[in-house]
Design a protein around this ligand. Structure first.
Ligand SMILES: Cc1cc2nc3c(=O)[nH]c(=O)nc-3n(C[C@H](O)[C@H](O)[C@H](O)COP(=O)(O)OP(=O)(O)OC[C@H]3O[C@@H](n4cnc5c(N)ncnc54)[C@H](O)[C@@H]3O)c2cc1C
Length: 323
């Protein structure tokens, strides 16, 4: 069986989610036997050594002729060419905004089954089964694609990326693809990177500190705690609607979906619309002055207290424990 991994990269650097996907694909190989991991790099200058270190047996570099290689339509053109050549039974992409768009477009074109926001994927009874929780964490589902190709968008951070002790002996295969009409229909005039400072991207961060109405307009404590933990800063819709922080920080059903290893909610009630965007988080910590706040029903650790006292104490303790 061949497994394809789409390598997401930005500014020439592999994104951490791609290494997580390769690690998972590699482990699927040992669990099911006979699986070959193919990585797909769309564009120029692939980071071959890094991908070999994470288990890519074959690296397909695809040049897209006639369109911007970063467009999702171009990525789909590239993937379709590699799929025709390799005939994989599983395609793994990261469950980011771009990854989900690629998964959906590709699945429509290739007649494949698609699961987004998956927490795991494994072979069960000879077919790929992806698992995910839905409806704000109230149901765990298992989804199997009935067609020949399963497209699974895996949530960031559900598999820790780990290099191999001995890198794979990667074979590089180059392809050139003529861009489809969909890709050629778009001309990219300019790109402006949103400044995120030194903090990690919210959708992919391993640790996220979220501020809610309880911060009462002051995100300095949220940011301080985030920085001491190397975390991203998120917010509830109340906080973004109030203009305390930009809408790009909103976590939830109508915001960004996150799956960090650690989520810390400060003055967040845990409403269902917020929970819908963070219920794949590993460990949930909540600080709230209301012992009956709904977030305590699903938090792993809860602190009943005022943010003004608890957050500075947390920051001081974490700083004291830093080497
Ligand atoms: C269609 C729809 C879509 C939505 N989409 C989203 C979404 O994507 N994301 C989202 O977040 N929301 C979304 N919402 C809104 C959502 O329903 C909630 O209203 C919102 O999440 C609540 O935000 P909050 O927890 O900050 O505020 P609240 O629910 O008001 O909770 C604030 C909490 O802070 C605590 N608190 C107050 N002061 C302190 C203090 N000094 N110290 C400690 N704790 C304190 C309070 O006890 C309370 O529990 C959506 C709503 C709708 C209708």
């Amino acid at each position: 069986m061949n497994v394809l991994v789409l390598v997401d990269h930005a500014d020439g650097a592999v994104r951490p989610t791609a290494l997580e996907l390769l690690t998972l694909a590699r482990d699927l190989t040992s669990a099911s036997g006979g699986v070959v991991v193919h990585a797909v790099w769309v564009g120029e200058s692939p980071q071959t050594e890094l991908l070999a270190a994470h288990g890519a047996a074959t690296l397909h570099q695809v040049h897209v002729d006639g369109a911007d290689a970063q467009l999702t339509a171009s990525v789909v053109d590239a993937l379709q060419t590699v799929i025709t050549a390799v005939e994989p039974s599983l395609l793994l992409v990261a469950s980011t905004f771009e990854g989900k768009e690629v998964a959906a477009r590709l699945a429509v074109r290739a007649g494949a089954g698609v699961v987004t926001g998956a927490a795991s994927v494994a072979v069960e009874d000879g077919r790929w089964v992806a698992r995910k929780s839905v409806l704000a964490g109230s149901w765990d589902t298992a989804c199997a694609a009935t067609g020949r190709l399963a497209v699974v968008a895996l949530a960031p951070n559900v598999v820790p990326a780990a290099p191999l002790a001995v890198p794979a002996d990667t074979t590089l295969v180059e392809h050139t693809v003529a861009a489809s009409a969909a890709a050629r229909a778009v001309t990219v005039v300019s790109r402006t990177k949103r400044p995120t400072g030194d903090r990690p991207a919210l959708a992919e961060a391993e640790v996220v500190v979220v501020g809610g109405r309880g911060v009462d307009g002051d995100f300095s404590g949220v940011e301080e705690l985030a920085d001491v933990l190397g975390a991203a800063v998120g917010a509830t819709r109340v906080a973004t609607d109030e203009g305390w922080i930009g809408h790009e920080a909103q976590v939830g059903q109508t915001g960004v979906t996150i799956s960090p290893r650690l989520y810390i909610g400060l003055g967040v009630s845990g409403a269902v619309h917020h929970r819908g965007g963070m219920d794949a988080a590993g460990t949930v910590v909540a600080v709230n002055n209301d012992p009956d706040a709904p977030i305590f029903e699903f938090a792993d650790y809860g602190i009943v207290g005022d943010l003004g006292e608890v957050v500075p104490a947390l920051v001081a303790e974490l700083r004291a424990r830093r080497p």
